[in-house]
Design a protein around this ligand. Structure first.
Ligand code: 4NP
Length: 177
């Protein structure tokens, strides 16, 4: 597991959720049209492949609401589809009640993480925020999931590489009884 953001509170939360059913996971990025809906689709696919649907609640949201109601960015959908993921999430803005409705809230980068900390109403809510890279073990020069919005095809492929690795680790971390 990556060491990004590692601290005792993070490890305590992760340990407390091992074997919990369902584990309720919310992925968060800026627009909720590229990285977080892709993370949602990748984890959903892993969960379905393991016949484990009832053990997971999976959703995604954006700190910026300007794309609310939109399907994921067409480029993200195309790159995901080539790997077998059908991204059908509709973008929505993150809401404070998400801190009550989910066990773990996973920002893609430091800016998303900082925004979530600003929005958290309690220390307990803040403890639910764990960066995606905490789960990524792939050798990479990044310590965050980079925003592909202004990048070319390789930006979207990198996002999927990081998310496939991170979601597999996330799945195995919480499925272990
Ligand atoms: P995401 O990517 O946060 O991964 O969904 C972006 C989507 C839209 C914008 C920026 C990033 N935007 O500026 O509209």
């Amino acid at each position: 597991m990556a060491n990004y953001g590692a601290n005792r509170k993070t490890d305590d939360l992760i340990n407390s959720l091992k074997g919990k059913k369902p584990v309720k996971v919310l992925f968060v990025c800026l627009g909720n049209i590229c990285r977080s809906p892709a993370a949602e689709g990748v984890l959903r696919s892993i969960v379905e492949a393991n016949g484990d649907n009832e053990a997971w609640v999976i959703d995604s949201a954006g700190t910026y609401g300007g794309h609310a109601g939109d399907l994921p960015d067409r480029r993200m959908r195309v790159h995901a589809q080539r790997r077998g993921y059908d991204l059908v999430h509709r973008s929505r803005k993150f809401r404070t009640s998400d801190f009550d409705d989910f066990d773990i809230i996973i920002p893609m980068d430091a800016s998303n993480e900082s925004d979530l900390h600003q929005l958290a109403p309690t220390i307990e809510a803040e403890a639910k925020i764990i960066p995606m890279m905490k789960f990524v073990s792939l050798a990479t020069r990044y310590d965050y999931v980079p925003d592909p919005y202004y990048e070319g095809a390789e930006g979207f492929e990198l996002v999927l590489d990081l998310l496939e690795d991170g979601c597999a680790n996330l799945y195995h971390t919480f499925s272990r009884n």
